[in-house]
Design a protein around this ligand. Structure first.
Ligand code: KG4
Ligand code: ZN
Length: 334
């Protein structure tokens, strides 16, 4: 069985070909245009997807040495994401499915981030816990099967990726700031501390932390206008340390609460080296089996959409042409 998958939920246009559960190609065009605005501009993203989608799909097909006539199903991200961006991928997938007379599979973006773990070895065993941390989401999910998942906790305000990007912006870093904070954190020391919100249960909150960084910087800049420049690496290390601490303490709590010791991380922030190291240390201490995907499968990519679609296909879960993209598609409705 051959699946062509398309991802266009935010600012990456991506296509992948999967054959019998194996990702044969996975190619992404990342939109650089948003850097100058300090964040993704939805209307611009949608127009750029429109420009990129045909070449990206053709590239994925040719890398996999695959022709349109050999496809058995077309998969696409139906949500959550930006409506204008989702519409481009969904319309393209529907048009292709109609023209080729092949079935459609609608994929939930956050479930797909988790299913990225099934692209390479080692694969987690069900049930496992997944900490999914991206620019739009922060969740702890109990993964019961390839299609059945339950959210145990999530952020009540900003996502972890936003906490990186927004505090990075306060430091004068470009968008997205997460990777640059990560790079600089490795050159500095976490000498500054910020207030961390600790909600009861497994939910997260990052807005208080963000405000605490803002007030701290304002206060220090009054004393020394060059404070940020002089302390940039240490500030990055301190911000990363606080965010990682908030994430790791909740996944530890979830593991204790559920008794599950198969732990995975997913989403763009899973690329963070501080988070990876902290989880590896915890896994050693608590005898967890930790699953960390390759960086190319952490950030948005169609390989993960193809893998999630493969599980849906095996369950006979297909979509139809009437299904609309859903920017707020709930995980338990997908
Ligand atoms: O999953 P993703 O590619 O897109 C969605 O949001 O769905 O995640 C993007 C987020 C951005 O906030 C970016 O700053 C963050 O992931 N990110 C990182 C790192 N690489 C990407 N954050 C911290 N450290 C990194 N190395
Ligand atoms: Zn994502």
């Amino acid at each position: 069985m051959t699946i062509l998958a398309i991802e266009s939920s935010c600012d990456d246009t991506s296509a992948a070909v999967l054959v019998d559960g194996k990702v044969m190609s996975n190619t992404t065009s990342s939109q650089k245009i948003h850097e100058r605005y300090g964040g993704v501009v939805p209307e611009v993203a949608s127009r750029q997807h429109h420009v990129d989608i045909v070449p990206v799909v053709n590239h994925a097909l040719s890398l996999a040495d695959c022709q349109l006539k050999t496809l058995d199903a077309i998969a696409y991200t139906r949500g959550p994401g930006l409506l204008g961006s989702l519409l481009v991928g969904a319309s393209f997938a529907k048009a292709l499915a109609l023209a080729l007379n092949k079935p459609l599979i609608d994929v939930h973006h956050m479930k797909a981030h988790i299913m990225a773990h099934f692209i390479d070895e080692p694969k987690p065993n069900f049930p496992f816990l997944c900490l999914t941390v991206s620019g739009g989401h922060t969740q702890i999910v109990k993964v019961i099967s390839g299609t059945k998942m339950e959210i145990l906790g999530q952020t009540i305000d900003d996502a972890a990726g936003e906490a990186f990007d927004k505090t990075g912006k306060m430091l004068g870093l470009g968008y997205p700031a997460g990777p640059e904070i990560d790079r600089r954190a490795n050159l500095g020391k976490p000498v500054f501390s910020f207030s961390e919100t600790k909600l009861p249960g497994l939910d997260f909150s990052f807005s208080g932390f963000k405000t605490s960084v803002l007030y701290f910087l304002q206060k220090e800049k009054l004393k020394d206008p060059e404070f940020i420049n002089k302390n940039l690496d240490n500030l990055c290390a301190s911000i990363q340390n606080a965010i990682v601490h908030m994430l790791v303490s909740k996944i530890k709590q979830a593991a204790i609460q559920t008794g599950i010791t198969e732990i995975a991380i997913a989403g763009g922030v899973a690329a963070n080296s501080g988070l990876r190291t902290a989880l590896l240390n915890m896994a050693n201490q608590l005898d967890w089996k930790l699953y960390v995907p390759e960086v190319q499968y952490c950030t948005d990519n169609a390989g993960m959409i193809a893998m999630a679609a493969w599980f849906k296909l095996q369950e006979g879960e297909f979509s139809d042409l009437a299904a609309s993209p859903d920017p707020r598609w709930a995980m338990d409705e997908a």
